[in-house]
Design a protein around this ligand. Structure first.
Ligand code: ATP
Length: 351
């Protein structure tokens, strides 16, 4: 192979299918991850994320499709490389350290080679997760966050090509979680490990992922960098998965949908088609030269921000605005409301 030939992706899955009890829980899943890249599989509970991960790990057999690691097939019709031969690290919420082994031995457990080398690798990783001083401790003597850091060191010790993580931080409290997430990501990058992480929390995916793969009802509906998936949702449900949304409805006339907040271009929609204009609460503009007037129904102070609920005058739809925390209008106050076209997404009406 010439030197310039691009190396294959670390992980490449093509058209993976899995059926349980006659019901397809994963359909045509296709994605790839490069070395050092972190990809988050994001979607609501039951959409097939864990099943996808388990097929990649090799603990679940696909009904159809292929899994390749560094270009080598590990799963295909008639081929099943067992999980332990895939060089894949696993981290789950219930990561279960071995209770009868101390921290250093837990981390060294899966390593081959002479004992001093195994111990050195274990200590190096414990150092890097800030847990070296606990090397002789037993798991029950550690807090949840400390155990999670040991679990990370253990998963990374054999230098897996790919790390598969299923909601690995959901057992930790919020403040601890942010720090451990960042530390985990930094360490995975240092090691050049590709990461596939399953989560149902958009904020976690945005924080961790280089790319997000959004799944719904067994299918991948959108893949892209966090800002792309957030700012250019493929449909209303994809938009609504990341935040509350405001919805304005109308029909397409001359290529646009007229709403109380202005007219919005509807490319790709047919003349006369029922359409909906989707936007996020932080993009509803209050005051100024807004096109419509809204009466405050209620306002809730949330700390950094406040959420203000309006009803458009003339018995129009209800709309939400997310505004800086200090702004807290009183119920009954009336404001001009505006919405910029660049902050809106126009789709054919659903449901
Ligand atoms: N071994 C199994 N036998 C039968 N059905 C299963 C099995 N494993 C998963 N399922 C079903 O497949 C669907 C997808 O499950 P999966 O665990 O992949 O979803 P998920 O997106 O990871 O959800 P969660 O976030 O709740 O873990 C669910 O309806 C689940 O009940």
């Amino acid at each position: 192979m010439p030197d310039s030939a691009p190396s294959p992706p670390r992980l490449d899955i093509r058209d993976l299918h899995r059926v349980f009890g006659g019901h397809a829980v994963v359909e045509a899943a296709t994605l790839s991850i490069g070395a050092g890249e972190c990809l988050c599989l994001l979607g609501p509970s039951g959409c097939g994320k864990s099943t996808t991960l388990r097929m990649i790990a090799g603990v679940e057999r696909p009904d159809a499709g292929e899994v390749r690691l560094d270009g080598v097939r590990v799963s295909a019709p008639g081929l099943h490389v067992p999980p332990e031969a895939r060089s894949v690290g696993l981290m789950f919420q219930d990561f279960a350290l071995f209770p009868h082994l101390n921290v250093a031995r837990n981390v060294a457990f899966g390593l081959d080679g002479p004992r001093p080398a195994r111990h050195a690798r274990a200590m190096d990783l414990l150092e890097r997760v800030g847990m070296a001083r606990f090397a002789a401790a037993f798991p029950h003597e550690l807090s949840g966050g400390e155990q999670q850091r040991v679990a990370l060191a253990r998963a990374l010790a054999p230098r897996p090509r790919l790390m598969l993580m299923d909601e690995p931080f959901s057992g930790l409290d919020n403040r601890l979680r942010d720090g451990i997430r960042d530390q985990t990501l930094a360490l995975l990058r240092e090691e050049g490990t590709a990461v596939l992480m399953v989560t149902h929390e958009p904020e976690e995916a945005m924080r961790m992922a280089d790319r997000i793969v959004l799944m719904r009802a067994g299918r991948i509906v959108q893949t892209g960098a966090p800002h792309e998936v957030y700012n250019r949702p493929v449909d209303r449900a994809a938009a609504a998965f990341f935040s509350d949304i405001n919805l304005l409805q109308g029909r397409v006339r001359n290529g646009a949908v007229a709403t109380p907040l202005g007219s919005f271009a509807a490319p790709g929609l047919a003349e006369g088609e029922a359409a909906e204009v989707v936007s996020r609460p932080q993009h509803l503009e209050i005051g100024g030269h807004g096109a419509a007037r809204g009466r405050v129904l209620r306002a809730r102070f949330l700390g950094r921000e406040s959420l203000v609920e309006f009803v458009l005058e003339g018995d129009g739809p209800r709309l939400q605005a997310m505004v800086p925390g200090m702004v807290l209008p009183a119920p009954g106050e009336v404001f001009a409301l505006g919405l910029r076209p660049e902050n809106c997404h126009v789709f054919a009406r659903t449901g």
